[in-house]
Design a protein around this ligand. Structure first.
Ligand SMILES: Nc1c(NC[C@H](O)[C@H](O)[C@H](O)CO)[nH]c(=O)[nH]c1=O
Ligand SMILES: CC(=O)[C@@H](O)COP(=O)(O)O
Length: 223
């Protein structure tokens, strides 16, 4: 089976996207009200007319006969189990991010019983819990939520960088997708704008990413 890097898949997707539902929410912070209708796991049976690997009409052909393109679905959420690890630091922000995540799970028909929320003191503590939950084998994806807001010292950089690399590590070491829903902002305004304000809700986006990755791992990738 041939696999494709995300960039290659990204180049292909514009030509495969029959509905706007395939893209991330833009105007609404919580995503589309109707569930999108696309799911990709397909192979190309006949060779395309042209398989030249040179740009043509501004687009590089990425498909070749026999290749399989795998992508998670947002529509088949039954049986998918999620954990959400939430930092309590800057709780006014992280509660809004959590609400966004839970609302997205609801919209995409994830059962409440399939969601476990774990609260931790700060973003620095998120990764170790995400890793433990991932290794438990009880979840298909873990959403990691926090809000790191710059103060007067360099502490911000330590916490933000640790959260980012820690969440990445939690995913790699557990083999379960750990989604980075930790805001790293210069001030509270920036954070609130991304927690349901004018820049959307990053918790909602993280939940959407979790659904897609959970589906990819459960239904499409090799065991
Ligand atoms: N300043 C922020 C923190 N700091 C706390 C750390 O996350 C951690 O709890 C502490 O260092 C003990 O290990 N956490 C955030 O989530 N956001 C911040 O802005
Ligand atoms: C990111 C933080 O930990 C932040 O609260 C630190 O603030 P300060 O740099 O003023 O101590």
């Amino acid at each position: 089976m041939a696999s494709f890097a995300a960039t290659e898949l990204g180049l292909l997707l514009p030509s495969l996207s029959p509905t706007p539902g395939n893209s991330r929410p833009t105007s609404s912070p919580l995503g589309p009200s109707n569930k999108p209708s696309v799911s990709f796991s397909f192979s190309l049976r006949a060779p395309p007319a042209a398989t030249r690997l040179t740009p043509r009409n501004g687009r590089v052909p990425v498909a070749a006969a026999g290749t399989k393109h795998l992508m998670g679905s947002l529509t088949k959420t039954d049986g998918l189990k999620f954990a959400v690890v939430v930092a309590r630091f800057n709780e006014v922000v992280t509660n809004l991010l959590l609400e966004g995540a839970l609302e997205t799970f609801r919209r995409y028909s994830v059962d409440n019983d399939d969601i476990t929320v774990v609260k931790v003191p700060g973003s620095f503590e998120v990764p170790v819990v995400a890793q433990k939950l991932g290794k438990s084998g009880n979840f298909h994806a873990i959403v990691c939520i926090g809000a790191v807001i710059r103060g007067d010292t360099t502490h911000y950089d330590a916490v933000a960088n640790s959260a980012a690399s820690g969440v990445l590590n939690a995913g790699l070491s557990s083999g379960v997708p750990c989604i980075f829903g930790v805001l790293t902002c210069d001030d509270m305004d920036q954070a609130l704008n991304r927690a349901g304000g004018k820049a959307g809700n990053k918790g909602a986006e993280a939940a959407l990413t979790a659904i897609e990755m959970a589906s990819l791992f459960k239904h499409h990738l090799p065991k």
